[in-house]
Design a protein around this ligand. Sequence first.
Ligand code: HEC
Length: 123
Amino acid sequence: MTRTLLLAPVLAALLLIPVAHAGGNAAAGKKKAVVCFACHGANGDSLDPQYPRLGGQYAQYIVQALKEYQNGERKNPIMVGFASTLTEQDREDIAAYFAAQKPVVWTLRGEVSGSHKRQGTSL
Ligand code: HEC
């Protein structure tokens, strides 16, 4: 009984240790994402409709998309090159960076007309 009582705080402390989350580091991701900015925009707000906007995208979506370009499930001649060199940690960090950026929504008319004027509203 005494032994159980002595162990109780130890067990409680063990339970309180937060489970390490394998999430990305946005600051590290910003450095790793420099190469992506040319097309996807510095904050993931691409100015050219042919490049998907990544700002504010769910981190796990970005991680998954990058994995799929790497393993060939998604086929794109441009992205396969950029995705192929990334490690799991790189993907998590880059995704954390873009996910933390403000999403910008453009009007549909702005997209379809190809007008690159900033008609967007920041969310
Ligand atoms: C030379 C231009 C270019 C560069 C540089 C580039 N990308 Fe892309 N990216 C594209 C294009 C084009 C697509 C759309 C491909 C498609 O249709 O699947 C795309 C698609 C994506 C998507 C999928 C978006 C979606 O909505 O499904 C992600 C995620 C992405 N890129 C991340 C990155 C990251 C991270 C980097 C840097 C490591 C990067 N890209 C560098 C051109 C580029």
